[in-house]
Design a protein around this ligand. Structure first.
Ligand SMILES: Nc1ncnc2c1ncn2[C@@H]1O[C@H](COP(=O)(O)OP(=O)(O)OP(=O)(O)O)[C@@H](O)[C@H]1O
Length: 295
């Protein structure tokens, strides 16, 4: 009998806290080789923190992340740096070096981490740029001379240069028009098909999540949960999320605010009252309350 495949990434009972603020609580997720996992959820629920914890840029307060049987937090700096080369990142703002040309940006990791001859590096830069639909005519330009969509594609080309096994995307379609968003979706799908990479995509973009992912995890902000509630509202294939029986999930998928505006107003009023009470108790004048009331 065939032994079941071990997931490539195992996130087990993960918790992350910053001071008194708990951001992630009891998170269990497994990602198989070749999966595209989309992590969705409203602003501030901890998506980016989760991505950073996977890379050990943030340390867990509880639980662990295991990548290919390795716990990054237990590795020495040098070994950690080596293992991180198995990952590629596509950051929200493309995070290119402004003072470097596009060529220098895309070639950067190869120049830093390999002894490849410049001719080989040039060929790879050309191939990767072509793969994301960019011509080599842009190589002498600086990032500021490109559109947002072009910069994101340069960011993807750069992330692929070291032939990573896993690509992490943080909000890859944010700030792009619907056509360019779909170009990025197609590139994420194409990258997985061509290079067999495993992808983890943090996104607000439901359309994108439904199109690119074979697994979706929806997180919820801890502050809105009871102590015993699970922070993962949904975990499963995209086809199951649209008919999922949880109003919080339905609202997010449909992009409906419903009672949220009232709720935000109530929270704001409660905060203002609390400030007013404490300042009148201390005899001080609370200018914040006056400013808020006036607006
Ligand atoms: N290094 C840090 N120190 C303290 N608090 C942090 C740190 N990083 C993130 N946080 C807090 O953790 C919470 C979750 O942040 P995170 O960036 O993961 O949210 P998100 O779901 O990605 O939001 P968005 O969709 O708006 O990008 C926020 O309240 C944020 O202020």
């Amino acid at each position: 009998m065939e032994t079941p495949k071990q997931p490539l990434i195992r996130i087990e009972q993960l918790g992350v806290r910053f001071g008194s603020q708990t951001v992630l609580r009891d998170i269990d997720i497994s990602v198989n080789r070749g999966d595209t996992l989309a992590i969705i959820g409203e602003s501030g629920c901890g998506k980016t923190v989760l991505l950073k914890t996977i890379m050990s840029l943030v340390s867990p307060t509880k639980g662990r992340v295991v990548f290919d049987d390795l716990e990054f937090v237990k590795l020495r700096e040098r070994e950690l740096a080596k293992q991180r080369l198995r990952f590629g990142f596509v950051f929200q703002q493309a995070a290119l070096f402004d003072s470097l040309t596009i060529y220098e940006n895309v070639a950067f990791a190869l120049r830093e981490h390999t002894n490849l001859p410049e001719s080989e590096i040039r060929d790879r830069v050309r191939d990767r740029l072509n793969e994301v639909g960019l011509s080599t005519q842009i190589v002498t330009k600086k990032p500021a001379e490109l559109s947002g969509g072009m910069r994101k594609r340069v960011g993807l080309a750069r992330a692929l240069m070291m032939e990573p096994e896993v690509v992490l995307y943080d909000e890859p379609t944010t700030g792009l028009d619907p056509i360019m968003s779909d170009v990025i979706n197609e590139l994420i799908i194409g990258t997985r098909e061509r290079h067999g990479v495993t992808s983890i995509v943090v996104t607000h973009d439901m359309k994108s999540a439904l199109k690119i992912a074979n697994k979706i995890v929806m997180l919820y902000p801890i502050a809105r949960l009871g102590e015993e509630d699970s922070q993962i509202l949904f975990k499963g294939p995209p086809e199951a999320i649209e008919s999922f029986d949880d109003q919080r999930v339905v609202q997010f998928v449909r992009g409906e605010a419903r009672d949220r505006i009232q709720e935000m107003t109530n929270n704001e009023t409660a905060t203002t009252r609390k400030r007013a009470t404490s300042s009148s108790e201390s005899g001080a004048v609370d200018s914040t309350v006056e400013e808020r009331d006036a607006s």
